[in-house]
Design a binder for this molecule. Structure first.
Ligand code: KIV
Ligand code: ZN
Length: 515
């Protein structure tokens, strides 16, 4: 018998972006949205259009790009929010409006200052307004986990009557335990008279480390949509991690009465892309996508896996798109092999020119590094995309000098708006000296808030992948760079972030101050 569909609603671009420091540019959001489409998520929540002009533009750009997933926009239960969401979603092939209002006593009294009857009225009005624009309307009673179940039943019955097709039950503050959250969902489905006219959905935050457990228990209790994010990115401790939910359901098909349409081989690509763009590195022992998730260290385990893989492995690394770092291409590989391997890895170039540039960079890397792994290819392709973003400031050349007992010095030449400029500086280390040289050329007093280096593969000739976060006048941007030379990678990342700060598409933080 065919299994029921479990709908995967990805909110990396909306709730994920609400992580302090994870703000993304429009182009970054579009890149992630394309990767999510390839992953075959059913719904992509692209943002909160009323929050800022930048958020509006990003939702519109995602709506104009994605074709195989429904594109969703968030809106408070207010006319202006819903109209703005609908406007941003105009170019979408399939669109959804997600409207919400808080239903817990503490939120209604202290935040909204509304009586329960007024909240029901506003919720019904919002759903009806959203239905003018689309017949796919998702309604969330915010802080449902701490709401009175009798009141929730009344609100949900009313909004389904008004046309809501998905009822999402947020555990906004990550307070519930798995058995409680599952009982809440079961109870609502049983008690709301018209519950059969909507899909019930989970939305769990990870404050107690229970977001995935809560979501899975709720699926067993009848929920058929899970709202989640790549790498569990999200407000505070994050949201339920998409990759964990999907792989738990896929691996335990003996227990779950439903399955997703996710192409799990795209999971690693999405995870790396989101980590790279946001600068939020994935912890090594994170389930599914951590560097150690499939590494067997103990002799007994290694011996067992070699004799029969399933002795210690419940999933295959290739099922999540892990290539086990095999040598894929070498110095003598041609352009076609390069293009088709990257295509298999989910990277496609928009023009022959971009492909040619990436291929030249590959040849240069192959000269420096004897073995080229899939991870190197992805970093290289990402670097080419970043180069395209670096419209105003480009790294031309640099030299660093370091000697025991001497102060490190760096000399950097940048091309700024078509003009080459050079500066030297000393610093506490080579990276510090190089950053100071760049700063003295660009003269933008941005504060460095994060600097992280990650080795892409093993070995001393591995490429280093650097993320930096710069903050200027309340605006935070992330920059990335990769190179076999860590100082060059660092300067590339710094220059990438400066380009974003200089870009005209200024955006405020997406989260509204007074929701
Ligand atoms: O956590 C939450 O309550 C939310 C809602 C806007 C759905 O993100
Ligand atoms: Zn949330």
């Amino acid at each position: 018998m065919a299994k029921e569909r479990l709908i995967i609603f990805d909110t990396t671009l909306r709730d994920g972006e609400q992580s302090p420091g994870a703000a993304m540019t429009k182009d970054e959001k579009v890149r992630i949205a394309k990767a999510l489409e390839k992953l075959r998520v059913d719904v992509i929540e692209a943002g909160f259009p009323i929050a800022s002009p930048g958020d509006f533009e990003a939702v519109r750009a995602v709506a104009g790009t994605v074709r195989d997933s429904i594109v969703c926009a968030l809106a408070r239960a207010r006319d202006e929010d819903i109209d703005r969401a609908a406007e941003a979603l105009e170019p979408a092939a399939a669109r959804r409006i997600h409207t919400f209002i808080a239903t817990s006593p503490i939120h209604m009294e202290k935040k909204l200052r509304m009586r329960p009857e007024q909240v029901i009225e506003a919720a019904v009005h919002a759903v009806k307004r959203a239905r003018r624009y689309t017949d796919d309307v998702d309604f969330s009673p915010e802080d449902a986990g701490r709401s009175d179940p009798d009141f929730l039943c009344r609100v949900i019955e009313a909004v389904i009557d008004a046309g809501a097709t998905t009822i999402n039950i947020p555990d906004t503050v990550g307070y519930t335990l798995p058995h409680q959250y599952a009982a809440l969902i079961r109870n609502l489905i049983e008690r709301v008279p018209n519950s059969d006219k909507a899909v019930f959905s989970t939305h769990c935050h990870n404050d107690l480390g229970l977001a995935v457990a809560n979501s899975l228990e709720a699926v067993l209790a009848g929920a058929r949509q899970v709202e989640c994010t790549i790498n569990g990115l999200g407000e505070r401790a994050g949201n339920a991690a998409l990759e964990e939910v999907v792989m738990a359901v896929r691996t335990r098909q003996d227990v779950f009465p439903c399955d997703t349409r996710i192409d799990t081989t795209q999971i690693m690509n999405c995870s790396r892309l989101v980590a790279n763009i946001t600068g939020f590195a994935v912890q090594r022992n994170k389930a599914i996508v951590g560097a150690n998730a499939f590494a067997h260290e103990s002799g007994i385990h290694q011996d067992g896996v070699l004799k029969h893989r399933e002795t210690y492995e419940i999933m295959r690394p290739e099922d999540v798109g892990l290539s086990s770092s095999k040598l894929v291409l070498g110095k003598l590989s041609g352009r076609n092999a390069f293009r088709s391997r990257l295509k298999e890895l989910g990277v496609e170039f928009e023009s022959e020119e971009a492909l040619n540039r990436a291929f030249q960079a590959f040849k240069a890397l192959a000269d420096k590094k004897s073995t080229i792994y899939d991870e190197d290819l992805i970093a290289l392709a990402t670097d080419q995309l970043l180069e395209e973003e670096n419209e105003r400031i480009k790294l031309v050349w640099m030299r660093v000098e370091s000697e025991t007992g001497e102060t490190p010095r760096a000399t950097v030449t940048l091309n700024v708006d078509g003009e080459e400029r050079t500066a030297s500086a000393i610093g506490d280390g080579l990276v510090d000296a190089a950053f100071k040289a760049v700063q003295s050329i660009v003269a933008l007093p941005a504060r460095l808030e994060l600097y992280s280096v990650n080795s892409i593969t093993g070995g001393t000739d591995a490429q280093g992948e650097v993320s930096v976060r710069l903050v200027h006048e309340g605006r935070a941007v992330n920059g990335q760079g990769a190179d076999t030379d860590i100082v060059t990678a660092s300067v590339r990342a710094y220059v990438n972030a400066l380009n974003k700060l200089r870009s005209r598409a200024l955006r405020a933080h997406p989260q509204l101050s007074a929701i």
